[in-house]
Write a protein that binds this ligand. Structure first.
Ligand SMILES: *Cc1c(COP(=O)(O)O)cnc(C)c1O
Length: 390
């Protein structure tokens, strides 16, 4: 008989009752060191006092009103995002998937408004992940996500991952946009080089194609800059953000330049919940803490510490690990064993990690993880690897 919860997940037999910083405490009292952070969501760990205060304070006033009215909390968060990024304007969603949907709609509307409604092709890279809506699975294109859900929304072409020559050959006057993650998350923590990102930006400029960056996973300080594309010194036309932006509260956003967003006039898009006072009060507090040079400098210092320890781990377990990759606190261990086996071995050492494609184990700790917890995490990973050593 089917479970009452639709069984689309293979869940571990662990339930968590509460959390403290980088630790998640299960119903049986077992303390797990959380290097998954709910898949890059809990950027400030569990039960961060300032986030709890922001949430409870707003919860005692008003939760939800509708976008039929002015929402000062939403305006404040938009102000913060515009101040700290390339963007001129922001639309708030509840998830990364919804952000991807709006990004795709914005691209279509842009070309329709420009008198080229037939210009719909969006170029993507294989291994991409943009969510689970019909549009987002069509964009990703993989059989694993699209199987049985056809016919797919037209207008996407996936190129081999990181193949700039293929992009150069494919892009042209019919290309509506290029859409990609600067660091692929689900695809296996695969960063594009700064040079490649600059090349992609230049190709978009030459053809007029819009550059859409999906920073749902790699954004919000995860790579050590507020947004990953900043390393390359480029800016997108449209960007999707979610996961970390709410610190655990469901929240997403599409950031855009005025030029890209101009045709999105009143009535062209909407959301019941998107950007409600409760979500935006929490989101503004996350931004206040994360979009700060001193905070990001600490992320980089911790990232260097974790990475150095992981290089040692890989060197001492060559039968289990191949290499370390990623940027900042978005790190991947390329494995020679099945990543799912390592995740399971991790549970036995009370550490939470996340598998990804391309034989990669993802480490996505809270950005404020302590040095002691970093050392503890690597020692637990060491024990997990030992248990798998042939
Ligand atoms: C998780 C993710 C999404 C989808 O976000 P949801 O909040 O699950 O809808 C989109 N893009 C990337 C890069 C992601 O990692």
């Amino acid at each position: 008989m089917i479970s009452h919860v639709l069984p689309t997940y293979n869940r571990a037999p662990i339930a968590f009752e509460r959390g403290e910083g980088a630790w998640a405490i299960a119903t049986d009292g077992t303390r797990y060191l959380d290097l998954g952070a709910g898949i890059a969501v809990n950027v400030l760990g569990h039960a961060h006092p300032e986030l709890v205060a922001a949430l409870t304070e707003q919860a005692g006033k008003i939760w939800h009103v509708s976008n039929l009215y002015q929402i000062p909390q939403q305006e404040r968060l938009a102000d913060l995002l515009v101040e700290k990024t390339f963007a001129d304007t922001v639309f708030f969603t509840n998830s990364g998937t919804e952000a991807a949907e709006l990004a795709i709609k914005m691209v279509r509307r842009y070309w329709s408004d420009a008198g080229q409604p037939e210009r719909i092709e969006i170029l993507t890279f294989e291994g991409a992940f943009h969510g689970r809506s019909t549009g987002a699975i069509a964009a990703a294109g993989s059989e694993k996500m699209t199987g049985g859900f056809g016919p797919l929304m037209p207008g996407f072409r996936a190129l081999p991952w990181g193949d700039i020559a293929a992009l150069e050959a494919a892009i042209g006057p019919d290309t509506a946009a290029v859409m990609l993650e600067p660091v692929q998350g689900e695809g296996g923590i695969r960063p594009l080089s700064d040079d490649d990102l600059r090349r992609i930006r230049a190709l978009c400029d030459q053809t007029g194609a819009l550059l859409v960056l999906d920073e749902v996973q790699c954004g919000m300080g995860r790579t050590g800059r507020l947004f990953a594309h900043e390393y390359a010194g480029i800016a997108p036309d449209i960007m999707m953000v979610a996961k970390g932006i709410g610190g655990g509260f469901p929240l997403g956003a599409v950031l855009a330049t005025e030029k890209a967003a101009k045709p999105m006039v009143a009535g062209t898009h909407g959301s019941t919940y998107g950007g409600n006072p409760l979500a935006c009060a929490v989101g503004a507090k996350v931004m206040e803490i994360v979009a700060d040079d001193a905070f990001l400098a600490e992320v980089n210092r911790k990232a260097a510490l974790l990475r150095q320890k992981l290089e040692g781990l890989v060197a001492s377990h060559p039968q289990v690990f191949d290499s370390v990759r990623g940027q900042g606190l978005m790190l991947g261990l390329k494995c020679k064993v099945a990543p799912a086996d390592l995740v399971a071995a991790g549970y036995r050492q009370q550490i939470l990690t996340v598998p990804a494609a391309d034989d990669t184990l993802r480490l996505l700790p809270p950005l404020n993880i302590s040095d002691e917890d970093i050392a503890e995490a690597v020692s637990r990973l060491e024990k997990a690897a030992e248990s798998l050593d042939a």
